[in-house]
Ligand binder design. Structure first.
Ligand code: TSJ
Length: 643
């Protein structure tokens, strides 16, 4: 019996399995997105999505996600259990699931495949990238168990059947896995990201409960996510700290075999926040469902505005951006066979989704607005206000920016670099004139530009576009970057004209510094989001300490963790200097620690999560929390750039 199984390991299908595993482990980024914390967290989502599929199929109402004390993750559901019977290939179906790339389809008779973007590549990828992975399936009063190491099964099966590990009630699946430290740069799941993603999942699946538990030392926590109000609750959460102008409006419907769920609300702000989801996966690059929703929404409101004689015959229509000014919306569709496009395969491309969302939206919001004229008037009022601001803005743009297009440095403070090769140039936005002065002296003039900014720049969340554009520091930045800016839909932003590969925010590691970074990031996020989306925005991480031992070389330490480690590993006396701000460093120190591409630390700014991104304040509160050691040391990147 055992011999028969031994030979199985080397048959043709097993060799394919080993080749598949090798491909995944050789290029993990291709399969899981990245090997940073983002990819690591993604391992959890890949597994959880399978339980969500089981929920969508109607067989599971609770999922437990546990971050274990040993660094592994356990995901358990109360669904039917992964099928363990004999598969046509002569092994347990469960083995096929965990060893075949792009399995799923075979067993997946659920109505909706969650094959959005990176998703659906699934459990075999997680398995290949885990040091060990254990599967437990409860069914028929028993628990069956299987185990893998780096994707390779380690238990010998009797007649291809899984061993019984014990007795149990009910049915369900439990997976425990430990991401392989040989693959991932970081092996600590980031709880804020995981919690947000799980919470988001429950907003999109109102009948699902997700129990989250963190058992890791120092961050113990247990939470239960259940959002019976669904995307209505999601909108409430997104707008919880905003001044709302209307109720949350919800509608749903079905067209072309696509189910459409929409919730929206207007708030007193000068921008829109519309999130698209297809089969529970966020489409961060948008797509056809959003196009369909926006086009139909615009058309309906313009028609109403004419019927109510708010728009006169001679008036032009409101633009889409006018109408969506202040709109928060979630558009969630379930599509039987979606197509994804875009750089990160997160843009929905299915044309039928556009038609289906437009059809449902057209029918349902007319039904709603016919009965809720007050809400309709508020919405049209927002559009009128936005149109007025837009017309004003168009004037300002031609008057102000137009004239300044060629006066590169409007107030004489930018110290530009010599090179015009944008792929090698960097611009440092430095808080304070004294640090700005040191940075100008210290920099590599060929490739590094310095723009000092003073005091607090405008809070762009609260200010209107004309005020924002009148602000001298903001004008200088827009001119320096060279790609214009975009407000809402009327898109004047052209990333191909960007003059710098890296835009680095350099602020003190204190509350004021955090505030300035916050305002700058908000500015970029609102008016130049592609700078962030395409990875051009960084935050410099100046050192917190310098230690100089009695004997030997001094060194800079970038966080308290590094200091604690230094104390542990160095026995003799040393002097400790604490830097309170950039201003305390002279030009040479600033070069060594913060500017020199070979030695500095930079944190690349990313916006991953819709809930977080909806409020930059929260985003930064989040970014403040992780230990500073989690930041990127970007030697490698720059070594390449220097060639
Ligand atoms: F990803 C995974 F494979 F690791 C995984 C799968 C992880 C977790 C936590 C759960 C699951 C999973 C799979 N939960 N429930 C299921 N269900 C099925 O695979 C299943 C069961 C029965 C039938 C059937 O037609 O009888 C069909 C399916 C897809």
């Amino acid at each position: 019996m055992a011999d028969k199984n031994k030979t199985e390991i080397y048959d043709a299908s097993s060799i394919r399995v080993l080749e598949g595993l090798e491909a995944v482990r050789k290029r993990p980024g291709m399969y899981i997105g990245s090997v940073s914390t983002k990819g690591l967290n993604h391992m959890i989502y890949e597994i959880v999505d399978n339980s969500v599929d089981e929920h969508l199929a109607g067989y599971c109402d609770t999922i437990k996600v546990t971050l274990e004390a040993d660094g592994s993750c356990t995901v358990e559901d109360n669904g039917r259990g992964i099928p363990i019977g004999m598969h046509e290939k002569g092994v347990s179906a469960e083995r096929v699931v965990f060893t075949t790339l792009h399995a799923g389809g075979k067993f997946d008779n659920t109505a909706y495949k969650t094959s959005g973007g990176l998703h659906g590549v699934g459990s075999s990828v997680v398995n290949a990238l885990s040091l060990h992975l254990t599967v437990q399936v409860r069914t028929g009063g028993k628990v069956y168990e299987d185990r893998y190491e780096r994707g390779i099964p380690v238990l010998e099966l009797e007649d291809g059947l899984l061993p019984v590990a014990g007795r149990a009630r009910g049915t369900g699946t439990l997976i425990n896995f430990l991401p392989d430290p040989e693959i991932f740069e970081k092996t600590r799941f980031r709880e804020e990201d995981v919690k947000n993603r799980l919470h988001e999942t429950t907003y999109l699946n109102p009948d699902l409960t997700i129990v989250y538990e963190d058992k890791r030392e120092g961050s113990e926590e247990k939470l239960e996510f259940h959002e019976p109000d669904g995307i209505i609750g999601f909108i409430r959460e997104l707008n919880k700290s905003k001044e709302t102008l209307t109720d949350v409006v919800y509608f749903s419907g079905m067209a072309e075999e696509i189910s459409v769920d929409v919730a929206f609300q207007f708030v007193n702000e000068f921008h829109e926040n519309i999130l698209g989801f297809c089969n529970n996966i966020q489409n961060t690059e948008g797509g056809t469902h959003l196009t369909g929703f926006k086009a139909q929404f615009t058309q309906v409101i313009n028609t109403y505005a004419r019927t109510l004689n708010i728009l006169k015959e001679k008036d032009a229509n409101f633009t889409g951006a006018d109408i969506r000014n202040g709109l928060t919306a979630v558009v969630s569709i379930k599509h039987p066979d979606p197509i994804f496009e875009g750089q990160t395969k997160t843009k929905l491309g299915s044309q039928d989704a556009s038609r289906a969302v437009a059809q449902v939206t057209g029918e349902e919001i007319v039904r709603y607005f016919d009965r809720n004229l007050d809400t309709l008037k508020t919405v049209i009022g927002c559009a009128e206000k936005a149109a007025k601001i837009r017309k004003n803005e168009e004037k300002i743009k031609t008057n102000l920016l137009g004239k300044q297009k060629f006066s590169f440095d409007s107030n004489g403070k930018l110290a530009n670099c010599t090179s015009r090769d944008a792929s090698k140039c960097e611009i440092f936005i430095v808080e304070g004139d004294s640090a700005g002065g040191s940075a100008k002296m210290a920099r590599d003039r060929m490739y590094q530009a310095i723009l000092p900014i003073r005091g607090k720049i405008l809070n762009v969340e609260k200010a209107s576009i004309d005020k924002i554009l009148a602000n001298a520091e903001i004008k200088t930045m827009i001119n320096a970057f060279g790609c214009g800016f975009s407000e809402g839909y009327g898109d004047d932003f052209d990333i191909t004209r960007l003059r710098y590969d890296k835009i680095v925010i350099m602020a003190d590691a204190d509350v004021d510094g955090a505030h300035i970074s916050n305002l700058l990031l908000t500015l970029f996020y609102r008016f130049m989001p592609d700078l962030i989306n395409e990875g051009h925005v960084y935050v410099a991480m100046p050192p917190l300490y310098k230690v100089v031992p009695k004997k030997g070389e001094g060194e800079y330490l970038y966080d308290d963790y590094a200091l604690a480690r230094y104390r542990k590993t160095h026995s003799g006396d040393f002097t400790l200097q604490r830097y309170k701000g950039l201003g305390e460093m002279d030009a040479e120190q600033l070069w060594e620690t913060t500017l020199d591409p070979a030695r500095r630390y930079l944190k690349q700014v990313q916006i991953e999560d819709a809930l977080l991104a909806s409020s930059m304040t929260e985003l930064l509160m989040g970014a403040d929390v992780p230990p500073r050691r989690a930041y990127i040391h970007d030697h490698a990147n720059d070594a390449e750039l220097d060639i």
